[in-house]
Design a protein around this ligand. Structure first.
Ligand code: HEC
Ligand code: HEC
Ligand code: HEC
Ligand code: HEC
Ligand code: HEC
Length: 376
């Protein structure tokens, strides 16, 4: 139904889009390419754009945006009503054509879509939009939209509106507001500056070890009475991590068998209960500039090791996928259920060691414990 409603609004919006109507979701149908567009610019698939925009296509193909509509999302949708399906797809595959493909197919038939693709961000009714205008291209005039340089460009999908879902009073997705409250907003450093350096379309985030190392600077020292860790959010322009799904574990233990140890998690820790829904158990995320300090008491003769582990999909692996399988597993067709199980398996394998530091026994003076890999 939604799709037909938007065919109508698509007709009304035939001119050049302004910033405030650019992110109408789902994105209205593109219709037929203008006559003066030459092949292959009449095609709207990422691969077609990639014939000419080679670099952007290569980088985007490695991004989470390219993989935002696969098994973990599509596998569960057949258990929901159409309205809910569309609301999920509006962020995960926002084009009317993408959504029609999924909604008109049998359950399990469409196993992936092109996700948040070139067209989602750059094309409305076949017209191209970008950060600057280009009067003459093989696909006509490229319109400039100031929104492309603005953090608000990312908000339709990375910031819940005020009436969006909250857990313990806090919006489940609040990235733009976290950024607005940070010094980065005042300094004019926006989402694109950090996530699209030099125009990169790889959109690296917490799944990428290099990007995550930019976020957290750690300092580990052997002191007389133990080991001290300081870890500061120096590079993420929002809470580290911004979502409730990743977890960063800090494990500190003495080298002696059975020796002392401590563990701390940096996470907005949610708990799912079939009756109560989501509740927040704790929120130990690091705001921009915020520092974590941990101390493990040790005997002078003991050495110690500190490990920082990132598990970008911890919540999906441990709670979301298992509870979905328990609640809707039986309603799903075999293909969708398989997709969901594969997504759970994938989510359990995205973890990596962010840093590892080895501290020697007390040598009569305070030393910095060497950290691998060295911070960027
Ligand atoms: C036949 C080759 C070709 C294809 C296919 C093509 N483009 Fe282009 N595009 C160009 C050329 C050439 C320019 C102008 C580049 C310049 O002036 O620097 C351009 C410019 C652009 C710009 C403005 C770039 C800038 O530097 O500001 C955007 C955005 C864009 N294209 C998006 C797309 C998208 C999205 C697709 C696929 C739906 C696509 N293009 C398909 C050749 C192509
Ligand atoms: C149409 C919706 C949409 C828009 C607009 C959008 N994103 Fe995303 N983005 C997503 C979705 C959905 C995912 C998650 C994909 C998945 O995991 O399936 C994502 C993932 C990401 C990630 C990867 C995070 C990680 O876990 O490693 C980054 C970084 C990101 N987006 C940054 C941006 C930035 C910066 C902008 C603006 C320039 C932007 N996004 C605009 C929907 C969007
Ligand atoms: C406002 C935009 C938005 C909406 C609406 C939305 N998502 Fe997402 N979704 C995201 C972003 C951003 C991420 C990546 C961040 C993260 O991992 O939490 C994501 C991640 C996911 C993932 C993990 C993807 C993977 O490949 O592992 C699943 C599964 C998912 N969403 C399912 C859904 C479902 C089902 C719905 C509808 C009930 C939905 N989403 C609605 C933005 C959205
Ligand atoms: C999540 C949104 C998003 C997606 C997906 C996306 N782009 Fe972009 N693109 C942008 C933004 C934002 C800019 C402006 C970046 C800047 O100037 O800081 C941009 C810039 C560009 C430019 C101008 C030159 C440059 O690199 O700055 C071209 C060309 C382009 N994109 C093509 C593509 C193509 C081709 C795809 C698909 C393979 C694609 N984009 C996917 C958001 C997106
Ligand atoms: C000062 C640089 C900087 C700015 C500004 C910034 N980010 Fe990030 N972002 C990072 C770094 C570094 C990471 C990796 C560590 C992490 O997950 O926080 C990251 C991670 C992410 C992730 C991964 C998911 C997660 O749970 O952390 C998403 C999504 C994201 N950013 C979106 C955005 C959006 C949207 C904006 C603008 C409102 C933005 N970022 C502004 C640096 C930045």
């Amino acid at each position: 139904m939604r799709i037909f409603a938007c065919l109508v609004c698509g007709v009304a919006l035939s001119g050049v889009f302004a910033s405030d109507e650019y992110w109408t979701l789902p994105i209205p149908p593109h219709g037929v390419a203008p006559d003066d567009y030459i092949e292959p610019t009449r095609e709207l698939s990422p691969a077609a754009c990639g014939l000419c925009h080679v670099e952007q296509f290569r980088e985007w193909s490695s991004s989470m945006h390219a993989h935002s509509a696969r098994g973990g999302v599509l596998g569960q949708l057949p258990a929901f009503d159409t309205e809910t399906q569309v609301s999920c797809l509006n962020c995960h595959a926002p084009g009317s054509e993408q959504q029609a493909l999924f909604l008109t197919a049998d359950a399990g038939e469409v196993q992936s879509l092109s996700g948040v693709d070139c067209v989602a961000c750059h094309v409305r009714r076949h017209r191209r939009y970008g950060p600057v205008s280009k009067p003459i291209t093989p696909h006509g005039r490229v319109e400039a939209l100031p929104l492309f340089k603005d953090s608000a460009f990312c908000s339709p999908c990375h910031q819940f509106p005020d009436w969006g879902e909250r857990v313990n009073g806090k919006l489940l997705e609040n990235t733009e507001q976290e950024w607005r409250a940070s010094p980065y907003a005042l300094e004019g450093v926006g989402c694109q500056d950090c996530h699209m350096p030099a125009g990169s379309h790889a959109f690296k985030g917490i799944h990428d070890p290099g990007m995550s190392r930019k976020a957290l600077r750690v300092d580990v020292r052997r002191r007389h009475r133990g080991v001290e860790i300081r870890a500061r959010n120096v590079g993420a322009g929002h809470a580290l991590p911004t979502y409730a799904t990743p977890r960063i574990r800090v494990v500190l233990r003495s080298g002696a068998p059975g020796g002392a140890g401590l563990e701390h998690t940096i996470q907005r820790r949610l708990h799912w209960d079939p009756d109560a829904g989501w509740t927040e158990a704790s929120d130990t995320r690091l705001r921009p500039g915020q520092e974590l300090r941990l101390v493990l008491p040790l005997e002078p003769a003991q050495n110690a090791e500190a490990i920082f582990l990132v598990e970008p999909d911890a919540l999906y692996y441990e709670q979301v996928y298992p509870s979905l399988e328990a609640s809707i597993g039986e309603e799903l067709d075999p293909v969708s259920l398989r997709l969901l199980r594969e997504a759970k398996h994938r989510a359990g394998h995205t973890g990596f060691v962010l840093y590892r530091a080895r501290c020697p026994p007390w040598e009569g003076r305070e030393v910095e414990c060497p950290i691998e890999p060295a911070a960027p």
